[in-house]
Design a protein around this ligand. Structure first.
Ligand SMILES: Nc1nc2c(ncn2[C@@H]2O[C@H](COP(=O)(O)OP(=O)(O)OP(=O)(O)O)[C@@H](O)[C@H]2O)c(=O)[nH]1
Ligand SMILES: [Mg+2]
Length: 429
């Protein structure tokens, strides 16, 4: 695959600036990836449109970048499954292309129910491959689950009789023959089996590394017996599970389970965060999403600062935010245009505590307009905050300098650039 979701996400994370132009570029790439994974064009277009709409409105507390990651994550989860993969019902049928991992998954699933304390039986419905029944019996033996099969290879007869087993068992798992859904004879058999058994769940088993054929196979299988869920096997390989995109899209079903190896225990219940993280090659998507929630950015503040119109109250708030993020000198290093004097920044760090006390000693009126501060008021504030008059004056000067600096930047830079730039670094300025 030329492009991958994980490459795209690394790009989003690595970009210094995500603006409207790069958003367009990123979405184009996202579109290409989906199309390469054989997702329907119409659906891809809808998806991109929706993402664009959502990306326009950056919610309070999120940067453009965090918002974009969140939106893409949400959309993928909507597509692949929002719920942890639980299944309901008593009759579960596994279908899929030959060698996709059906028989192995039958045993894994049986173990899964067994662990829940349910009484499970396996029903062997594959009489096309010589060793298929033996394979299932062997797997059943490993976990102490009974396997029902028919000596006469009467697949329909066994299917009918299996319904009686429901009196004795909580769950029946049916292993079907590996097939190409386009093979007419096998397709007929599967359709008939579906009609006899009337399964509660039909799970389509798809290997993570299956390519272009996924879409066609999934939609054929859907026509034959319907599909209620998808199992992605071979998640232990290099493929990240992109096949799930086409499988879910074509079958209109969500991912329920994952196969992560050849052993019976190598089985996972689908978990949206984990699966999408793996698909995107992001180990810490959860942390990232949480961080996105926590960040607090107020767009109206950015506007004020750019205009050079922020008050001492805003100044105090910024100080407090900066304190949470890290040393001011560290942060401004990232800004490409920065002309801040390192020394001034360090001094600011040191004086932060005093400044905070000073601002807190001011009246609201004073915080909004420092020009009303005369000698006697300065004296009173110094006393009230346990600082010196000199420190109060310093604060006023710093504030004025900062305001002027911002005014200058505002003129030199396009407003959007500065806004976005500051947002990139989580600055509330
Ligand atoms: N690495 C890995 N191998 C798997 C996984 N699931 C199944 N396999 C292996 O894939 C091969 C085929 O698995 P089966 O369960 O026989 O597949 P099937 O769909 O029943 O195959 P047919 O009945 O021939 O169509 C076996 O060697 C399994 O051990 C998995 O999640 N990871
Ligand atoms: Mg099999």
């Amino acid at each position: 695959m030329q492009f991958s979701l994980s490459n795209l996400f690394q790009k989003i994370l690595g970009r210094a600036l995500i603006d409207e132009k790069s958003l367009e570029e990123i979405l184009n790439q996202f579109k290409k990836i989906l199309l390469q994974n054989d997702v329907e064009l119409e659906l891809v277009n809808d998806l991109i449109k929706r993402i664009k709409e959502k990306a326009k409105k950056v919610p309070k507390g999120l940067t453009l970048r965090e918002n974009l990651i969140k939106i893409l994550y949400e959309e993928l989860v909507e597509f692949l499954g929002r719920e942890k993969g639980e299944i309901k019902g008593k009759k579960i049928m596994l279908i899929g292309l030959f060698g996709s991992g059906k028989t192995t998954t039958c045993a894994k699933l049986a173990r899964f129910f067994q662990k829940k304390g349910l009484k499970v039986a396996l029903v062997a419905l594959d009489y096309h491959r010589a060793a298929a029944v033996d394979q299932l019996i062997e797997l059943g033996n490993q976990i102490g689950v009974k396997v029902f099969w028919d000596e006469q290879k009467d697949v329909y007869g066994l299917a009918k009789r299996s319904l009686d087993l429901l009196k004795k068992y909580d769950v029946l798992i049916y292993d079907t023959a590996g097939r190409d859904a386009l093979d007419e004879e096998l397709a007929k058999e599967l359709k008939k089996l579906g009609e006899i058994i009337k399964p509660d769940e039909v799970l389509l088993v798809i290997p993570a590394d299956l390519g272009k054929v996924v879409r066609k196979q999934a939609s054929e299988f859907k026509k034959l017996v319907g599909i209620t869920g998808v199992v992605i096997t071979r998640m232990d390989g290099t493929a990240k599970g992109g096949a799930a995109l086409a499988a879910c899209n074509a079958s209109d079903a969500k991912v329920k389970f994952l196969g992560t190896g050849e052993k019976i225990e190598d089985f996972e219940v689908y978990d949206p965060k984990r699966f999408v993280s793996r698909l995107l090659g992001l180990g810490d998507l959860e942390t990232l999403l949480e961080k996105a929630k926590e960040a607090e950015i107020k767009p109206e503040k950015v506007e004020k600062v750019v205009e050079g119109e922020f008050t001492l109250e805003d100044f105090l708030e910024q100080f407090e935010n900066l304190q949470r993020i890290g040393p001011l000198s560290q942060i401004t290093k990232f800004l490409p245009f920065t002309k801040f004097d390192e020394k001034i920044l360090e001094q600011q760090e040191k004086k932060l505590k005093a400044f905070k006390a000073i601002i807190q000693s001011m009246t609201l009126e004073e915080r909004k307009n420092v020009d009303i501060l005369n000698e006697s008021r300065i004296k009173r504030i110094a006393k009230g905050s346990g600082t010196s008059e000199q420190e109060v004056r310093e604060l006023i000067n710093q504030y004025r300098t900062m305001k002027n600096l911002m005014k200058k930047f505002g003129k030199n830079l396009k407003k959007g650039d500065l806004k976005n730039l500051l947002k990139q670094f989580g600055l509330n300025l």
